[in-house]
Structure formats: structure tokens, C-alpha cells
Design a protein around this ligand. Structure first.
Ligand SMILES: C[S@@+](CC[C@H](N)C(=O)[O-])C[C@H]1O[C@@H](n2cnc3c(N)ncnc32)[C@H](O)[C@@H]1O
Length: 234
């Protein structure tokens, strides 16, 4: 059995075109001794610029820390160490970050942001041993799912039918050799776009609370690990 996890519509992106000439953004770049196109959109610094420009869907953008948290929760689990789950970050502006096997990311957000700046600029990060650690490509969620070719796609949202995670896995992971994709939103508020929803055959809620993405991911990973241990032969 194989798993893939897609953090979808993730709130991580370069500075959008509409903000490239904004005074606040330009001053931030100067403070960091960088050019505007090297920066990652971050609501902590660019909130007023995003608001003034009327940036579309701004309630779902400029939170790279969410992706940092999510990746920290996945990349240090036995499921990931044992290559039983592949991880993809689909961004709100339709790019996909491919996460290499055995990748470790910095625990410090500042250093993580530095890595992301380099990735968005250079498109690929290669290890000293010449393995591809991170790669970013222009790609929609639909195009990514066509590449992954899963047997089943399971989305998570507060709008789905509420069930216990354990039960969701027991009822839906039917084939021992199946490839299952889970989709969790990588944004702070709001809901998946209609386009993303079209890609999800099934959508479940796992709590009566709106949870943070990293909490949903941590629980999902742990349930997958338990599911694999208790999986019956055949
Ligand atoms: C901070 S939430 C986004 C806010 C959105 N209003 C919501 O509650 O789904 C980030 C992601 O976590 C997942 N999530 C949050 N609460 C959930 C729940 N109760 N059941 C299933 N997934 C949940 C969804 O994938 C969501 O897109």
C-alpha cells in the first residue's frame, strides 16, 4: 500500500505581480538586502500591502509558517522515514513543490524561509550527493493528481461528512496494493476552491472543530502507521 499527501492551495508563494511595486514590500526587501522577487509573501510583513491592493483570496495567502509546521510534522515520522508516504505541496498560485525522500528541513522558521526563497528562485535544491531534495514546477492540483495516478483520493475539510479517522481509513483503504492520496488544505481560513473540490472523490471531516492543518496531518500520519501495522494479509 502506498500513500501520498498533498498539502493543497498552500499559503506559500513569491510576491504576486500586483504587489511587486508596493512601497511596504519594497522596503521589506531593502531591509533584508534582497530583491522583491526573492521574497516569500508573508502576512506578518505584507498585510497592509495585501489589503490595500485587494489581493484575491488574501484570507488564504501569506502564511508560509503553516507549510513549515506541516512539513515538520510529516518529515520526522516513521511513515516518512520508511518511504511509505510521498509529500507534495500544491501552492495557492498553482505550483507544486516535490519533496525528496528522506528530506529534513530546518526547525527554525527563518532558515526554512531561506530554503524556500532559494527554491522559488532556483526551482531545484540538490544535495551534495546530487539527490534532488526539493523541486518546484508550475502545476495545478488536477495535473499533479494525474501524475500521481492514485486509486482513491480522500480530501479533508470541515464541510465533509464527520467520521473518526480510524473509520475513514478502515472503510476506504480497500486494496493492499492500493495507492491512496490524502488532501489537506495548507491555508489559514476559508475553504477549498471549487476547482480543488472537483478533484476529491470523497471528503471527510474528522472533528466538530476547525483544526489546524498540522493537527489533521499529524493525526492522519499516525492513523496510517497504525493501519499498516494492523493490516491483514491479502
Ligand atoms: C485551518 S484549516 C482551513 C480552514 C477551513 N475553514 C476548514 O476548517 O476546513 C486547514 C485544513 O485543515 C483541514 N481541516 C481542518 N479542520 C478539519 C476537520 N474538522 N476535519 C477535516 N479536516 C479539517 C482541512 O483540510 C483544511 O483545509
Amino acid at each position: 500500500m502506498k500513500f501520498s499527501l498533498v498539502i493543497a492551495e498552500a499559503a506559500i508563494e513569491s510576491i504576486p505581480e500586483i504587489l511587486q511595486h508596493n512601497k511596504i514590500v519594497k522596503e521589506h526587501a531593502v531591509r533584508l538586502n534582497k530583491s522583491v522577487n526573492e521574497l516569500i509573501l508573508d502576512i506578518n510583513y505584507h498585510y497592509f500591502a495585501m489589503k490595500k491592493a485587494g489581493l484575491k483570496h488574501r484570507e488564504k495567502r501569506g502564511r508560509p509558517d503553516i507549510i513549515h509546521f506541516c512539513l515538520l510534522c510529516i518529515l520526522s515520522t516513521p511513515l516518512f522515514f520508511e518511504n511509505q508516504i510521498k509529500v507534495y505541496v500544491h501552492t495557492i498560485d498553482n505550483k507544486v513543490i516535490f519533496i525528496g525522500e528522506n528530506l529534513r528541513i530546518p526547525k527554525s522558521f527563518l532558515r526554512f524561509e531561506g530554503v524556500m526563497m532559494k527554491l522559488f528562485l532556483e526551482k531545484k535544491i540538490i544535495s551534495n550527493e546530487k539527490a534532488c531534495l526539493l523541486e518546484i514546477k508550475d502545476m495545478t492540483l488536477e495535473q499533479l493528481l494525474k501524475i500521481i495516478k492514485p486509486d482513491e483520493i480522500i480530501g479533508f475539510s470541515t464541510t465533509g461528512n464527520t467520521k473518526r479517522l480510524e473509520q475513514i481509513l478502515a472503510e476506504n483503504l480497500k486494496y493492499k496494493k492500493g495507492h491512496y492520496v490524502f488532501i489537506v488544505g495548507g491555508f489559514q481560513s476559508g475553504h477549498f476552491s471549487e476547482e480543488s473540490l472537483k478533484s476529491m472523490a470523497k471528503i471527510f471531516s474528522i472533528s466538530r472543530y476547525s483544526l489546524e492543518a498540522h493537527v489533521v496531518i499529524s493525526r492522519l500520519i499516525y492513523e496510517c502507521e497504525k493501519f499498516l501495522i494492523h493490516q491483514k494479509p491479502n
